[in-house]
Write a new protein. Structure first.
Ligand SMILES: Nc1ncnc2c1ncn2[C@@H]1O[C@H](COP(=O)(O)OP(=O)(O)OP(=O)(O)O)[C@@H](O)[C@H]1O
Ligand SMILES: [Mg+2]
Length: 475
């Protein structure tokens, strides 16, 4: 526990810091940001609470409700980077009730555990990196100059030392020669002189075997054993010898060597602790498994959806899920659900499930002012993306302030008159505005500075905004 505590303590952001970090990508939605920030910080608080009560403190799961395109998924995505804890984002609609074909709900915990394990392993690999690189160097040297066989006499009297003065190639033993060559190559290797030299190494087949994916899809992974590993070990050793440059071989050897240096059992134990104490599952599109007002609970998909909800209950409430690394207790895993709830309402979820998400946050519809900010402020703002893209063609794109205001205004108008798709509208509008320009570069416009102003925006959008029908299709 102490190790785990330390790990979380070092990295724990305060609620305000979390909100600030989210602010760099997401405009508005203060309430939602605050809720997730508190929930995240509470993980840390629990681990630092008195041991006698620690087990009793359960996370307050959150459900985020808001129209489409207002940043629900975006918050999840950004949170994943901040959490520094095993984090998985899943889509509720991907799961099916136990017994039906498809993934069962428990697999989200298995996936979370996989993430936890690889997270811990890569941290551990980082720790042994130096040692591993030393071993890689030796292996590369072995490949470059195969070591001499032991049959030659190790040393001859008088030649134990490798000082240059005493060295005479004519009388030196094979191993002396070999040693000297090796050291020369080591120097060259370190200087980066041999990066393009070819070596031959064994490469283990990587990537998923298509067969395993079929097994996965039909739920065979639930058999409690790890078929993937079984098949893996059957096919292992079928690695191929491949010629490659030293610079390409190095990362492969490095991961092999660091894999050897870490203690797998310790990694798994640490990962299980982290998953159980600080794991976060973000369930997106939860409204897709709500039955909706049309469903009376009987008939096809509704039954299955309710089944998914019912399967979720024990996991969210706290139960044991068996994974290939052992049992995982879900009591302290934090669940954040989100959904647009267009057709279905939160009250269409089965009551038990509603009760397990005590915190509800409403996400707001975005305003024209929000759109303006979304276009300009976030680190990855759309305008910044286009500027960066066209820079590659030596075009300096620039947007005047009134042009951005105009785009925001049109987006708000089209959302109001056609359909509210939130900030996604900005993508469609901006791409229409810039279509002609993007096509003309670099054939007609070679390079230089281009400023998009309000009149340019109006001209590009005129045809579309005038014609309601057309705007239905295009914007
Ligand atoms: N508040 C916001 N600030 C910045 N960008 C936003 C905001 N809301 C949405 N966006 C942008 O709009 C796009 C869609 O947002 P997102 O995927 O979060 O929608 P959503 O709320 O999950 O909608 P849905 O219910 O349809 O899944 C993203 O590319 C995101 O960058
Ligand atoms: Mg979404």
């Amino acid at each position: 526990m102490s190790n785990l505590k330390q790990n979380i303590a070092e990295e724990a952001l305060t609620p305000r810091q979390i909100v600030e970090a989210l602010d760099t990508y997401i405009i508005g939605q203060g309430e939602a940001k605050k809720s997730v920030a508190i929930a995240l910080r509470n993980r840390w608080r629990r681990l630092h609470a008195d041991e006698s009560i620690r087990e009793e403190i359960v996370p307050n799961n959150i459900i985020m409700i808001g129209p489409t395109g207002v940043g629900k998924t975006e918050i999840a995505r950004r949170l994943a980077r901040l959490a520094k804890a095993p984090f998985i984002k899943v889509e509720a609609s991907k799961y099916t009730e136990v017994g039906y074909v498809g993934r069962d709900v428990e697999s989200m915990i298995r996936d979370l555990t996989d993430i936890g394990v690889s997270m811990v392993k890569s941290e551990m690999q980082e720790h042994v990196r130096e040692k591993a690189s030393e071993q890689v160097e030796e292996r590369l040297l072995d490949l470059l100059i195969p070591p001499v066989r032991k049959s030659t006499p190790e040393k001859r009297p008088g030649f134990q030392q490798h000082d240059d003065a005493a060295f005479d190639p004519a009388t030196a033993s094979d191993s002396d020669l070999n040693h000297r060559t090796r050291e020369k190559f080591r120097e060259k290797l370190r200087n980066g002189e041999l990066e393009d030299r070819n070596v031959e190494i064994f490469v283990q087949p990587t990537g998923q075997n298509p067969m395993m994916q079929i097994f996965g899809a039909t739920g065979m992974e639930d058999m409690g054993m790890n078929i993937q590993d079984m098949l893996g070990s059957l096919t292992r050793g079928k690695g191929k010898k491949r010629q490659m440059k030293i610079k390409d071989a190095r990362p492969i050897l490095l991961s092999e060597e660091s894999e050897k240096l870490i203690d797998d059992d310790a990694a798994v134990q640490e990962a299980l602790k982290r998953v159980q104490n600080s794991g976060i599952v973000f369930i997106d599109e939860i409204d897709k498994v709500a039955t909706g007002s049309s469903g009376d609970g009987r008939g096809g998909p509704d039954v299955s959806r309710q089944g998914v909800q019912r399967d979720m209950l024990p996991i969210v409430e706290g139960s044991n899920v068996s994974t290939k690394y052992g049992m995982v207790k879900t009591d302290h895993i934090l669940f954040i659900a989100s959904g647009a709830f267009h057709t279905a309402k939160p009250s269409d979820l089965i009551p038990e499930l509603q009760g397990r998400f005590p915190i509800r946050v409403e996400m707001n519809s975005l305003t024209e002012e929000d759109f303006y900010n979304i276009l300009t402020r976030p680190k990855n703002a759309l305008t910044k993306q286009y500027i960066a893209m066209l820079k590659s063609e030596q075009v300096d794109l620039d947007f005047s302030d009134d042009a951005i205001r105009e785009i925001a205004k049109v987006a708000a108008e089209v959302n109001a008159s056609v359909e509210n798709i939130g900030a996604r509208r900005l993508h469609t509008i901006l791409s229409s505005v810039l279509e002609e320009l993007q096509f003309a570069i670099p054939d007609d416009i070679k390079s230089g500075a281009i400023t998009i102003d309000k009149s340019y925006v109006d001209r590009q959008l005129e045809k579309l905004t005038k014609n309601k029908d057309l705007s239905h299709y295009i914007l």
